[in-house]
Design a protein around this ligand. Structure first.
Ligand SMILES: CC(C)(COP(=O)(O)OP(=O)(O)OC[C@H]1O[C@@H](n2cnc3c(N)ncnc32)[C@H](O)[C@@H]1OP(=O)(O)O)[C@@H](O)C(=O)NCCC(=O)NCCS
Length: 196
């Protein structure tokens, strides 16, 4: 199975060789939740993923992902390899009270389980969130990333994200600070108008 760099559309295959799909998740089955928690667990063990340095209990992970699906400002996309959820990205819209910042969305919890990397799924997830943010009228997509995440940084910069900031004390890992970077992508969308 080889890596696919193809642009994705939700629910569509990314590669002819592996069954790789990007999908927006609005409700979750028990089997999908188990796979998503497994993937999260493996990513945390591999590299201390999105804030967790050690894997939380299964109950906490399940509550976390169920909670994500309940937050109106969050859209969850998952990547499937041969039908199994192996990674995610969230598109996060600003809350309604943030009228001044309503032009910018952000992405979070972006990862692929270590064993499922290299199939183009991360690019598919990122492209999907960019496309949806653009369609929703956002002008800017923001993200931040630990400075030692070289694979993610290569992907972000290749997708056109511009680095505009660095924070020396971004994360604490093994009792030492790790720096982090802040990126933005201009989407050329229309200004999002607030409904409030
Ligand atoms: C970053 C991550 C999601 C990439 O997953 P992946 O499935 O291997 O990525 P893809 O197969 O879609 O590769 C897309 C691009 O990512 C970059 N990339 C992937 N692995 C890379 C590596 N080891 N070194 C450098 N660049 C890499 C390349 O630009 C690649 O494009 P290419 O194949 O044309 O060279 C994965 O490594 C991961 O989960 N890392 C830990 C979590 C993390 O860092 N998340 C980001 C926090 S904001």
């Amino acid at each position: 199975m080889s890596k696919s760099g193809a642009n994705s559309r939700a629910g569509n295959r990314l590669s002819e060789e592996a069954d790789t799909r990007i999908e927006r998740l609005e409700a979750i089955t028990d089997a999908d939740l188990e796979n998503l928690c497994d993937a999260t667990n493996e990513a945390i063990i591999d590299g201390e993923g999105f804030g967790w340095r050690t894997p939380p209990s299964r109950h906490v992970l399940e509550t976390f992902w169920r909670g994500v699906l309940m937050v109106p400002e969050r859209t969850l996309f998952v990547a499937r390899l041969d039908g199994v959820i192996v990674g995610s990205i969230q598109l996060v819209r600003p809350p309604n009270n943030n009228q001044a910042g309503a032009f910018a969305a952000s992405v979070a919890t972006f990862f692929i389980a270590p064993w499922a990397r290299g199939h183009g799924l991360a690019r598919g997830l990122l492209n999907e969130s960019i496309e949806v943010a653009r369609k929703q009228g956002f002008r800017v997509l923001d993200l931040d990333v630990r400075g030692d995440r070289s694979a993610a940084i290569t992907l972000f910069e290749g997708a056109g994200f511009q680095r505009w900031g660095e924070k020396p004390e971004y994360a604490m890992v093994k009792r030492a600070y790790v720096h982090g970077y802040y990126y933005s992508l201009t989407l050329n969308g229309q200004q999002k108008t607030s409904k409030t």
